[in-house]
Design a protein around this ligand. Structure first.
Ligand SMILES: Cc1cc2nc3c(=O)[nH]c(=O)nc-3n(C[C@H](O)[C@H](O)[C@H](O)COP(=O)(O)OP(=O)(O)OC[C@H]3O[C@@H](n4cnc5c(N)ncnc54)[C@H](O)[C@@H]3O)c2cc1C
Length: 310
């Protein structure tokens, strides 16, 4: 007979893993689908120092602890990419490349996606000097020159880390002040004052990458006077934030103008039995603590929906 789950959770970040733990506590027959590494964004974060109970922990370690906790519930997990969802019927359908899974309720916890630079031929240089701030690529540029683009926590973290490894770091930011945490900005200026090789390029933005197969140069424009400069770099780290990418989600699910899924405080979307959690929903704060809280609330809401209480 065809298997129908009580709940399918899409994603394996903190929001979804928390939803999974609560779903198993409430005995919902649950399937959790993750396309990549469990832990989501935190799996790629060097250090987390604001999650209750852990004064300082690496993102990798925190992800591992969350994943082990999730596994201890004996939840059914599959490592596949969701490609399409039909959610406006009583039995919802969640498609992956090879399967179609069915369920009474669905929790969407797909997080956000990295924003690209938006310059010509960007994809050509991916893996050939261009990186979207993944920890894995950071050690490739010993004694070389690199550019880091962005003004948030990731960009500053990358610039500080790289300054200890490479010959020179250009930190390129389109504004004249950083939106990163004050502590990180202070650390950055401390590094600069200590003569490390960081050069700030404030009020600049990249316009094109130069290089045959590998990156040789980056053209940047000074926004106030539109003057173009060329800097010699072997690598470019892009850390300009993240945005909502909900192409795989049924078009009947309401989104706001920025593409984030609209929910109420029970994590309900406009479609009955469909919930959204964590960074992908219209939330005032995108952090681990809010993501895990959303996950807990959504699973209880899914249970109440199945019982006919909401
Ligand atoms: C560099 C960095 C540092 C951060 N530091 C902190 C910090 O110190 N403290 C803090 O509280 N927060 C921090 N955050 C924010 C925090 O990581 C996020 O708020 C949190 O991870 C959101 O959880 P989530 O589960 O909603 O989404 P995510 O963590 O983005 O997880 C979503 C998951 O869904 C999966 N997925 C997406 N699409 C599909 C699909 N089609 N099929 C199957 N699976 C899919 C993804 O692979 C991913 O694993 C940081 C984020 C970054 C990027």
């Amino acid at each position: 007979m065809e298997e129908i789950f009580d709940l399918i959770i899409i994603g394996g970040g903190p929001a979804s893993m928390s939803a999974g733990i609560y779903a198993m506590q409430t005995k919902l027959k649950t399937l959790l689908i993750e396309r990549n590494t469990f832990g989501g964004q935190i799996a790629t974060t060097s250090s987390v120092d604001n999650y209750l109970g852990f004064q300082k922990i690496s993102g990798e370690e925190l992800s591992k602890k969350m994943y082990e906790h999730l596994l201890s519930t004996n939840i059914k997990i599959c490592n596949e990419e969701v490609t399409k969802t039909i959610l406006n019927e009583n039995i919802k359908q969640v498609f992956t490349h090879n399967n179609c899974y069915k369920s009474r309720t669905v929790i969407i916890g797909i997080g956000t996606s990295i924003r690209k630079l938006g310059v010509d031929n960007e994809n050509k240089y991916l893996g050939h000097g261009l990186s979207y701030s993944t920890l894995n690529d950071r050690d490739k540029f010993q004694n070389k020159c690199v550019a880091v683009v962005g003004g948030g926590n990731s960009a500053i973290e990358d610039a500080i880390y790289l300054s200890e490894k490479v010959k020179k770091v250009y930190l390129i930011h389109r504004r004249n002040e950083f939106r990163a945490d004050r502590k990180l900005v202070e650390m950055l200026y401390e590094k600069i004052n200590n003569n490390t090789q960081i050069e700030l390029k404030l009020e600049y933005k990249p316009i094109s990458i130069v290089g045959e197969n590998e990156i040789n140069q980056l053209k940047i424009i000074h926004i106030p006077d539109e003057k173009i400069e060329t800097i010699d770099v072997d690598g470019i780290f892009v850390a300009i934030g993240r945005g909502a990418d909900t192409d795989i989600i049924d078009i009947n699910v309401n989104r706001n103008n920025s593409g984030y899924i609209i929910t109420d405080e029970q994590m309900k979307t406009n479609l009955p039995g469909v919930f959204a959690v964590g960074d992908i929903r219209n939330t005032p704060l995108r952090q681990i603590v809010t993501a895990t809280s959303d996950g807990a609330i959504a699973s209880i809401s899914a249970l109440n929906y199945i019982k006919g209480n909401i």
